[in-house]
Design a protein around this ligand. Structure first.
Ligand code: NAG
Ligand code: NAG
Ligand code: NAG
Ligand code: NAG
Ligand code: NAG
Ligand code: NAG
Ligand code: NAG
Ligand code: NAG
Length: 485
């Protein structure tokens, strides 16, 4: 979004002619379009900033022009400016304090220009800036304190430049709490300060794009990507083939290192990343006395894993420690409890350990064992069932009991034990018989999750009940309705 194509511009022009007051020409530069609080001067052949721009504007589009330099306080007369688009210009540098008094900027697009050095003063004071677009410039250097103070930054795009070094250390949890995208792909980085990279906030690591650089293959590089890959980061999944490194910096020895890992077989992955691997939490609902299986599928894909479960009622469970026929641990890590008890509820944590690679990963399962006679469940369910049964009784009475009206020509009443649904028993329907109650209790968990799919429910709620009544049956139904009420 952002750029206006010809048809948009045409539409906006018509809008302008229709809506704008003649007086607004005073402030809107003649070569620009001013619509609402946006000033659009794209593709206007500008080599300088327009002289007077409406001061209330929040969006200024200067893309596709010939601007080559911006001086101090260029936007000081636009205190409400939030979006500034200057893509596709000739900017090679900017003076000190370009954005003085424009601290409301949230979106700054400087992509496709000719910037060579991102100087530390460029973005000073832009503490509200959320999105910074600098891709496709000629940037070789990003000065170390460039990003300091950009505390609202969410996304920063530096790809397609010639960056060899980036100040990763300046990005920390407290300095950039919202940063989730840092695109440094297609640059010229060969060696990264991996310790700084590993110290980046988790969200930044997840959104760090480093593909298509000129990385040199070595174990410290590989182990970082290997751990990111294990965590399933999109940045790696989406660009698997673009992740290349060169052996000894020789371009001919380029390896797609996420695919071909043989070169790194001697690398030791120990201690490479100190944070624990992904924890997957799932919820399991089971009613008392039922068998339950908890799987231990983690991000580790090796087939040679050993598993340990930590259970709330039995402590650590390993294959050797099982002294209980009611519980079993399968070789694939699945834990089976033969008859769940209410006391078995709680958080189960499985740790899968890959001994060869000295790796471990955990999976958490939150087990809730439902007590059959738990009163809190009963009340709600009984009411619900009461309503359903009542409704069905009424429907059965209305539709299916023999109709004595002369208007009806139904040949034979369907074989239905009318007695049980006789309206005279309606009062007792609200308090189901003891037999019904036991049925309800065993099916409770099912009923709560999918009320209409329990076996009982499907039988009672046979679709025929909802068919449109034939021709004149409605008439006798109306009579019955009156009788019922
Ligand atoms: C910038 O804003 C401050 C107050 O917010 C004001 O004192 C100063 O004159 C402004 N500078 C310019 C160049 O407009
Ligand atoms: C890789 O980067 C080079 C410039 O460094 C660029 O020309 C090329 O298009 C990029 N390739 C991909 C697939 O992004
Ligand atoms: C890995 O180590 C083995 C033996 O230690 C060696 O023969 C092999 O060349 C090494 N592989 C690489 C890619 O360095
Ligand atoms: C199993 O547990 C019982 C008591 O709970 C104990 O007496 C017995 O020695 C245990 N057996 C093994 C093999 O640990
Ligand atoms: C694990 O093994 C058990 C028994 O062989 C099987 O029932 C279960 O489906 C397996 N679990 C997974 C996640 O493969
Ligand atoms: C569950 O645990 C509590 C104490 O933690 C105990 O008093 C109770 O008897 C246990 N219930 C069952 C069914 O084991
Ligand atoms: C799992 O790894 C962490 C460090 O990554 C270690 O502190 C912990 O003891 C390991 N747990 C097991 C069960 O090996
Ligand atoms: C587990 O589930 C219970 C009930 O469903 C819930 O109250 C509890 O907060 C859950 N625990 C975790 C750690 O998610």
């Amino acid at each position: 979004h952002g750029y206006l194509n010809a048809s948009h511009a045409h539409f906006l022009l018509s809008l302008l002619l229709l809506l704008l007051l003649p007086g607004s020409e005073e402030t809107c530069p003649s070569i620009c379009l001013c619509v609402s609080d946006a000033v659009i001067c794209s593709s206007s052949g500008l080599s300088k900033l327009p002289l007077s721009v409406p001061s209330f504007s929040t969006t200024l589009d200067l893309s596709h022009n010939h601007l080559s330099w911006l001086g101090p306080g260029s936007f000081k007369r636009m205190p409400r400016l939030e979006n500034l688009r200057m893509a596709h210009n000739q900017l090679s540098s900017m003076g000190i304090g370009v954005f003085h008094n424009a601290s409301g900027l949230r979106h700054l697009d400087l992509s496709s220009n000719k910037l060579q050095v991102v100087e530390q003063h460029y973005f000073q004071g832009l503490w509200r800036l959320e999105e910074l677009l600098l891709y496709n410039n000629k940037i070789a250097q990003v000065e170390s304190s460039t990003l300091i103070g950009l505390s609202s930054l969410k996304k920063a795009y530096f790809s397609l430049n010639q960056i060899t070094h980036f100040p990763f250390f300046s990005i920390q949890d407290h300095s950039h709490p919202f940063l989730t995208m840092l695109d440094l792909s297609s640059n010229r980085m060969s060696r990264l300060p991996w310790e700084d990279v590993k110290a980046l906030p988790r969200l930044v690591q997840r959104g760090l794009y480093l593909h298509n650089n000129s990385l040199i293959c070595d174990c410290s590089m590989y182990s970082v990507f290997w751990h990111w890959d294990l965590r399933g980061y999109e940045s790696l999944k989406d660009f698997t083939d673009e992740h290349t490194c060169t052996i000894l910096g020789d371009q001919r020895g380029s390896i797609r290192f996420l695919r071909y890992t043989r070169f790194f077989q001697n690398c030791s992955m120990e201690k490479a990343v100190s944070q624990p691997l992904t924890v997957l939490l799932s919820n399991v609902l089971v009613s008392e006395g039922r068998r339950v299986r908890l799987d231990c599928q983690t991000s580790l894909s090796s087939t040679d894993l050993s598993f340990t479960w930590l259970s709330p009622s039995k402590g650590y469970i390993t294959e050797d420690s099982i002294n209980d026929t009611l519980i079993s641990l399968f070789p694939n890590g699945t834990l089976e409890i033969q008859a769940a008890k209410v006391n078995d509820s709680g958080l189960y944590v499985c740790t899968a350990v890959d001994i060869k690679q000295a790796l471990n990963a955990t999976r958490e399962v939150n087990v809730t064992v439902l007590l059959p006679a738990a009163e809190s469940f009963n009340t709600g369910y009984t009411t619900l069932l009461g309503c359903v049964v009542t409704m069905i009784s009424i429907l059965v009475y209305l539709y299916l009991t023999p109709c004595r009206c002369s208007c009806c020509k139904q040949p034979k009443p369907p074989v239905i034990p009318i007695a049980t649904y006789d309206p005279s028993t309606l009062t007792s329907v609200f308090s189901p018989s003891a037999r019904d109650q036991s049925k309800i209790q065993t099916n409770k968990h099912v009923a709560f999750m999918e009320p209409m799919l329990s076996e009982e429910g499907t039988q009672r709620f046979s679709p025929s009940f909802f068919l449109v009544p034939p021709c004149k049956v409605q008439l006798c139904m109306a009579q019955r309705m009156r009788k019922l009420s």
